[in-house]
Design a binder for this molecule. Structure first.
Ligand code: KIV
Ligand code: ZN
Length: 502
């Protein structure tokens, strides 16, 4: 018998992007959206179109590109926001508007400065306006978990009457607990007279580390849409993590009795993509996608695993896309073999992108004997994301040692020109490189983070460097990959400046 479906609503590109430093450019958002679509996400919240022209543009491009997932834009309960959002999602095959208004006493009194009657009036107007543009309207009573229940029920009833077909119950400040949230969803089902005309949705923040547990509790009470993000990124402590929700539903289908349409074998890939684009590393012991999530260290565990994997393994690494990566290509592999491998990994590139990626592959194969899938994913994603970048590294020469100043000579391509300069530093090669870049691309941003990681094992592995810069209270992150860690550092810094200046 087929199980009831739970809708997976991903808000990595909206709530996820609200995390300080997680700002993404359009190409990055598009790549994430395409990967979310490929993995079977039902609804992609692509952004907040009224927030800026860049946000509008990103949602609009995603709406034009994605065909299978619903494309949703967030709007405040304002005419101008809703009209702008409607315009932005208009090209989507399946457009949706998500509009919200706070219903808790503290938000109404201090933030909105609106009384109950004004809030109810605004709900009627905003939801019916949204519904006049699109067939799917998601409505959220912001800070629902700290709202007075009677007023919350009235507000929900009115939103449904005005045309909302999904009612999302946000735990905006991550305050609720599984038992309380279960009880709230049950009370909504029992007290809102027209609730059968809408799908109940969850949106949980992780301030108390309960976002996933709360979402699952609400699902047990009857919620059939879960809002979540890849790697759990989002405001403050983040949102419920998509990968944890999906794998809990799949692994414990005996208990939950529901299913999702997500292809869980894409989890590892999208987790790495989001981590590399945002520069937010995933903690080693993070459930499902942490580097240690499937590592068995103790002798007793290893012995058990060798005898029968199920002794200590409740899900397989393969089920989240962690197949042992095989040696795939090398220096002598041709364009056809490269293209074939790309197809197997799941990429379909146009001729221009294929040529660009193949060129990078050949350069990498000259430096690294064995090219693994992880290397290919890293270089192709990098080509896709940076295809419109103004700056790129042409060459870098560095000299340094224990008893000498470090010197860096760098050439950078800027649009169709090239600039070259040098810098001497007492503080080491990275300082010399970053200062040389600053001479060519002047800026007043501060370096907030510099982090190095290896893409694969081995001393010839590519390094990925994450650079985070802060300028005028806005934080941007970017990465760079190369087998030479100093070149990777220069690329990451240049990429971050490119993001910051666009
Ligand atoms: O956390 C929250 O309340 C939100 C709403 C806009 C749904 O993100
Ligand atoms: Zn939120």
């Amino acid at each position: 018998m087929s199980k009831e479906k739970v809708i997976i609503f991903d808000t990595t590109l909206r709530d996820g992007e609200q995390a300080p430093g997680a700002t993404m450019n359009i190409e990055e958002k598009l790549l994430i959206a395409k990967t979310l679509e490929k993995m079977g996400v039902d609804v992609i919240e692509a952004g907040f179109p009224a927030a800026s022209n860049g946000d509008f543009e990103a949602v609009n491009r995603i709406a034009k590109t994605i065909k299978n997932s619903v494309i949703c834009g967030l709007a405040r309960a304002k005419k101008s926001d809703i009209e702008r959002t409607a315009e932005s999602v208009k090209p989507a095959a399946k457009p949706r508007i998500h509009t919200f208004l706070a219903t808790s006493p503290i938000h109404m009194q201090y933030k909105l400065k609106m009384d109950k009657a004004q809030v109810l009036q605004a709900i009627t107007e905003s939801v019916s306006l949204a519904r006049s543009f699109v067939p799917e309207v998601d409505w959220s009573p912001e800070d629902a978990t700290r709202s007075k229940r009677d007023f919350l029920f009235r507000a929900i009833e009115l939103a449904i009457k005005s045309g909302a077909n999904t009612i999302n119950i946000p735990d905006t400040v991550g305050y609720t607990t599984p038992e309380e949230y279960f009880d709230l969803i049950s009370a909504i089902k029992n007290n809102v007279s027209n609730i059968d005309k809408a799908i109940i949705s969850t949106h949980c923040h992780n301030d108390l580390g309960l976002a996933v547990a709360n979402s699952l509790a609400a699902m047990r009470a009857g919620a059939r849409q879960i809002e979540c993000t890849i790697n759990g990124i989002g405001e403050r402590a983040g949102n419920a993590a998509l990968e944890e929700i999906v794998m809990a539903i799949k692994t414990r289908s005996d208990f939950y009795g529901v299913e999702t349409d997500i292809d869980s074998t894409m989890i590892s890939r999208i987790s790495k993509l989001v981590s590399s684009i945002t520069g937010f590393h995933v903690q080693y012991n993070k459930a499902i996608v942490g580097a240690n999530a499937f590592a068995h260290e103790s002798g007793i565990h290893q012995d058990g695993i060798l005898k029968n994997r199920e002794t200590y393994e409740i899900m397989t690494p393969e089920s989240v896309g962690l197949e042992k990566s095989s040696l795939v290509l090398g220096k002598l592999s041709g364009r056809a073999a490269f293209k074939d491998r790309l197809k197997e990994i799941g990429y379909e590139l146009n001729e221009e992108m294929l040529s660009e990626s193949f060129k990078k592959f050949k350069e990498l194969a000259d430096k690294k004997k064995e090219i693994l899938d992880e290397d290919i994913v890293s270089l192709v994603d990098d080509s896709i994301v940076h295809q419109k970048s103004r700056y790129s590294l042409t060459s870098l020469e560095v000299s340094c040692g224990t008893n000498q100043e470090a010197s860096a000579n760098i050439k950078i391509k800027i649009d169709n020109d090239e600039a070259e300069t040098s810098f001497l530093s007492k503080d080491g090669p990275v300082d010399a490189i970053f200062n040389a870049i600053k001479k060519i691309i002047p800026h007043n941003a501060n370096l907030e983070l510099y982090q190095v990681q290896a893409v694969t094992d081995g001393t010839d592995a590519q390094a990925t460097v994450v650079v985070r810069l802060k300028q005028n209270n806005r934080i941007f992150s970017a990465n760079g990959a190369d087998t030479n860690v100093l070149a990777a550092s220069a690329i990451a810094y240049i990429n971050c400046l490119d993001k910051l200046q666009n």
